[in-house]
Write a protein that binds this ligand. Sequence first.
Ligand code: ATP
Length: 311
Amino acid sequence: MKREILVQAYAKINLTLEILSKREDGYHNIVSVMQSISLCDRIRVKTEPDGIFVECSCPGVPGGRDNLAYKAADRLKKVLGIKKGAWISIEKGIPSAAGLGGGSSDAAAVLRALNLLWKGGLSEEEFADLAKDVGADVPFFIRGGTALAQGIGEKLKKLSPIPTLWFVLVKPSFGVSTKEIYEKFDSMEKDIKIRPSHGQLLTALYRNDLISAAPHMVNMLEGVTASLYPQVKDIMEVLSGEGCRKVLMCGSGPTVCGVVSSREEVFRIRQRLLKFNYPWKIYIARTVNYGSIIINRSKGGKIWEREDCRP
Ligand code: ATP
């Protein structure tokens, strides 16, 4: 009998992003407070007798071998040394090439789902090693929640959940390449003076003091992406004008995130933005304490509810 799992894979934002140095392999050493948020993709994973098939109907996101979910499934199959196959269907809710880690989250969710379906029995530590090979951000999404990421993002310290924050996410119509942004960072590095203070941020967040936390939410790539794509700056100004407590770019961008402290505020700001017909996509989200949620349909788990992804 074919077995099937449904999994919701959640996006992330970087509450801080500090770039320390460039490594010999071209990657950058970073320090980042990463946080899972409620915006998610939905993935259907079924066992097949042989082969790995990945389909995704979202424009701009490849199916087949070029999808990160394929890479994850293929790596797991090799590590387990098994003959079984899988069929993976991805419904995107997370905008792609947006700085929200959608591809990495899908990869981590597929690893978790296939470990169950294929009875791989891998521990979290074994996952972490495997995940690292699929992509630098993938280990974070295996557990998700709040974590301090170091190295190229793969060295993780799981942190206690922070009190709930709410986000208005605004994405312009284009995506950016993370590689392009880091290359530009290298040429601008000496001009970037501002650095986040991860410890001070966390102390203020755990006190539930968003006003004190706000100045410590710093993304060192913000000015870099904004210099290449001025719309990022336009969005930041609009969100600041709407009274967000903090406006921060997500990862390498171009999505910009307005941080607010209440559900009412987040809905009010979205309503106002929608009235102006900006050529941008607007999403709302809240903090969540997991990277993915698995629903086992073979055991009678019910079909996902769209509400699960909403704040
Ligand atoms: P990064 O992790 O590089 O910062 P991001 O979060 O900005 O990435 P993603 O949505 O992960 O962006 O997409 C990056 C690229 O990966 C896209 O251009 C897309 O072609 C490719 N890709 C491969 N698999 C997926 C997937 N499952 N979902 C989204 N994009 C994918």
